[in-house]
Design a protein around this ligand. Structure first.
Ligand code: PAF
Length: 283
């Protein structure tokens, strides 16, 4: 049974009545199979005596002015169903005042890597994500928090923040859940028209082809060129960036597993994806 709670005091009461081992799954709602996988992983991780809290909060601060905050899908009844069928104990849907009481904003330590990849087209986004996750951690006080690898850049910054600020909180990273054609699950996929959805598989196709080329010793330049060619098979998709980086978002080192990260636009819809990649030592 999943308990739906709203205010912070109601949340604390619900947690206190349950368990000491608390696992937080932060979300912005619009729960899909990808979130279900995170909740199930959390459930597995905490075991029988643990408590899985799913936060459901569309954080206004992390949307840019031209972004889709108002349009962002919200359906608490649907979210409760997904949370329930995945085994969450608590679905916590706080208000803006619950998450941002008087003493805000927090002093967030910036990082030059906030400005690359996603940060280039979304100024202020990562500072806002770190701020809200810090606040969620302070309110819930989890032992562990679960995040998907789809938002890889966010995962790196949250892990750093947790390690510095409260190393007792463990961060569990879960591989990206994909549709049958390989498209990474995302709350934004529902906005795709059927024509856009039909070509969206080119995104994971391009990444998979890149991983294969890397294993054969191709250079970063050739790999990127191949990705551009795959994506340009459809004029419905435009490439925003394709980068090969190390797992801490510094330049990639051949012989050490890193990441290939992509952002594309299909009309107004912006999608991101990434995969692990290993460049051969001599490439
Ligand atoms: O990944 C998300 O859904 C959000 O960025 C997060 C971590 C819940 C913070 O609002």
């Amino acid at each position: 049974m999943t308990q739906l709670v709203h205010g912070n005091a109601e949340l604390r009461l619900a947690i206190n009545g349950l368990a000491s081992n608390i696992c937080l799954v932060p979300t912005m709602g619009a729960l899909h199979e990808g979130h279900a996988a995170l909740i199930k992983a959390a459930k597995n991780f905490v075991g029988r005596d643990g408590c899985v809290v799913v936060s459901d909060f569309v954080n206004p601060k992390q949307f840019g002015q031209s972004e889709d905050f108002k349009k962002y899908p919200r359906d608490l009844e649907h979210d409760l169903k997904v949370a329930r069928s995945s085994g969450a104990h608590i679905l916590w849907a706080p208000s803006v005042e619950d998450v941002y009481p008087g003493q805000w904003p927090l002093d967030i330590e910036t990082d030059p890597r906030f400005e690359i990849l996603e940060g280039k087209s979304r100024p202020g986004h990562f500072a806002a994500v770190i701020e809200v996750v810090t606040r969620l951690f302070d309110i819930v006080q989890p032992n562990v928090a679960v995040f998907g690898e789809k938002d890889f850049q966010q995962l790196i910054f949250i892990t750093n923040m947790a390690n510095k600020r409260d190393p007792k909180i463990g961060i569990l990273a879960i591989p990206t859940k994909r549709d049958s054609d390989g498209l990474a699950l995302s709350s934004r996929n529902i906005y795709l028209s059927s024509d856009q959805r039909n070509v969206a598989h080119l995104i994971p196709d391009a990444l998979k082809a890149a991983v294969l080329l890397a294993s054969k010793g191709f250079s970063v330049r050739d790999i990127k060129e191949q990705v551009i060619q795959t994506i340009s098979q459809s004029d419905l998709i435009s490439l925003e960036y394709i980068e090969l980086l190390s797992n801490d978002l510094t330049p990639i080192t051949p012989g050490v597993v890193g990441r290939i990260l992509i952002a594309v636009k299909l009309g107004d819809i912006r999608l991101i994806d990434n995969m692990p990649i290993l460049l051969k030592e001599n490439s």
